[in-house]
Design a protein around this ligand. Structure first.
Ligand SMILES: [Zn+2]
Ligand SMILES: [Zn+2]
Length: 434
């Protein structure tokens, strides 16, 4: 009797669990060829940041076909899909970035890009040299599978197709920052967000992640030094902004080596461009330096800004010159909520296989996903796209003409997103933003 009762109570649950698991893997299997096809189409027709018009149409048509509620023109060319599941549950967002880069593709593949576009008045080649084409295809595939199992889906899934991750052109607004500003996380109110990045130097089909700070904040700075113009033979009659700039550059590097507590997190200050003067025998009136700051701790990011301002202005004033410092924050520190990360690890392991999920070090690269995970608990992880026959040191890095992704295991990305949606909904206690 007891045994019978126990069995009859348990049996339907087991059956349902088994059924949905089988359905989901067969659905992923059947969508995978399309995911690869979509990725290759997008790869062949890449578009620059804030100009992802055809990409947006391609995504929109797909989501509409699936019967998913769609919002277009979000943060300029962004597309949002909202899928209401048949079961009660949380609102979870999944994000894919859509933009390509002004890089000329050198890889010889049948779907090689020969596209060009206007970039700040210049005609440039365009290439998906960061792999965002695969992100879009993975999320389109995820949307298809989840739409087909809508009755089983707990809560609401918000599919965020985001423009301009690489940075909008010129003075334009864009990217995740603008999406947050336009309320993408507010209606419906998103509880947690997940995102991934393909990686050309990580073994195929593996997932890597880091709890806590995972990618750096990125700020762009400009320091304009104004001195007093004079003849090159008579420096004492003026104030040489070139020599002052040299001292400021030394000062900036000493901020890293002498003032930053590097045991907490690394700091990078790079001056990537310096310009001033017209010829040998004229000491010019001004010079301009442009650079980038990377930190992996929000407090250190703020401190570094203050120190740069202080070092530049006080060194300049010691010489009778002036320094004008502007700092523009491009991304925040991409922070993986430690509770969310540890709670979601089983989901990633289910998707890729336990032996294929590995913790990694943080990087000084940056991601504007950070604007989303600054607002709600987030997890951003990496998916390997390096062919099995290639060594990591030989694989072309992102943003280069030889960048190449093996797209045969994009299904791992689809599975990871699906597992995260179901895994998050099943958590008895959800992490909250600190
Ligand atoms: Zn990139
Ligand atoms: Zn990227």
């Amino acid at each position: 009797m007891y045994r019978y009762l126990f069995f009859s109570l348990l049996a339907p649950t087991l059956l349902t669990a088994q059924k949905s698991a089988t359905d989901y893997s067969s659905l992923v299997k059947s969508v995978t060829p399309s995911v690869i096809e979509w990725r290759r189409h997008l790869h062949q027709y890449p578009e620059l940041s804030n100009r992802e018009y055809k990409t947006a149409e391609y995504i929109t048509a797909h989501l509409r076909k699936l019967g998913i509620e769609v919002k277009t023109g979000v943060a300029k060319t962004g597309v949002i899909g909202i899928l209401k599941g048949g079961k009660p549950g949380p609102v979870v967002a999944l994000r894919a970035d859509m933009d390509a880069l002004p890089v000329k593709e050198r890889v010889d593949i049948p779907f090689k890009s020969v596209e060009t576009a206007d970039y700040l008045g210049q005609t440039v080649p365009v290439m998906h040299a960061c792999g965002h084409d695969s992100h879009v295809a993975i999320l389109m595939g995820t949307a298809e599978v989840l739409a087909k199992m809508q009755k089983e889906v707990p809560g609401t899934v918000v599919f965020i197709f985001q423009p301009a991750e690489e940075g909008p052109p010129g003075e334009e607004e864009g990217g995740a920052k603008l999406m947050v500003k336009e309320g993408v996380l507010d209606a419906p109110k998103v509880e947690a967000i997940f995102g991934l990045h393909i990686n050309s130097q990580t073994p195929l089909g593996t997932i890597t992640y880091k709890s806590g700070a995972t990618m750096a904040s990125s700020d762009w700075f400009t320091i304009k030094v104004t001195g007093k113009q004079t003849h090159g033979s008579q420096p004492w009659a003026g104030i040489d902004p070139i020599v002052v700039s040299a001292h400021i550059i030394e000062g900036l590097q000493s901020i890293v080596s002498r003032q930053s507590e590097l045991t907490i997190a690394p700091v990078v200050i790079t001056v990537g461009k310096i310009s001033g003067g017209v010829r040998n025998n004229i000491i010019p009136e001004e010079t301009t330096m442009d650079g980038t700051i990377r930190t992996l701790d929000p407090v250190m990011q703020k401190q570094t800004h203050e120190r740069i301002r202080k070092v530049a202005t006080t060194i300049a004033s010691a010489w009778g010159a002036t320094a004008e410092v502007t700092i523009d924050t491009k991304t925040l520190v991409t922070y993986n909520d430690p509770n969310l990360t540890s709670m979601m690890l089983p989901a990633l392991e289910k998707a890729a296989g336990k032996e294929n999920v590995k913790a990694k070090e943080w990087t000084t690269g940056a991601e504007d996903f950070s604007f989303f995970s600054d607002k709600v608990p987030g997890l951003f992880f990496f998916l390997g796209g390096m062919p099995a026959t290639v060594k990591a040191e030989d694989a072309a890095p992102h943003h280069t003409p030889d960048f190449f992704i093996d797209d045969s295991r994009l299904d791992v990305g689809v599975k990871a997103f699906i597992e995260l949606v179901f895994g998050y909904a099943a958590l008895p206690v959800k992490p909250v933003k600190q």
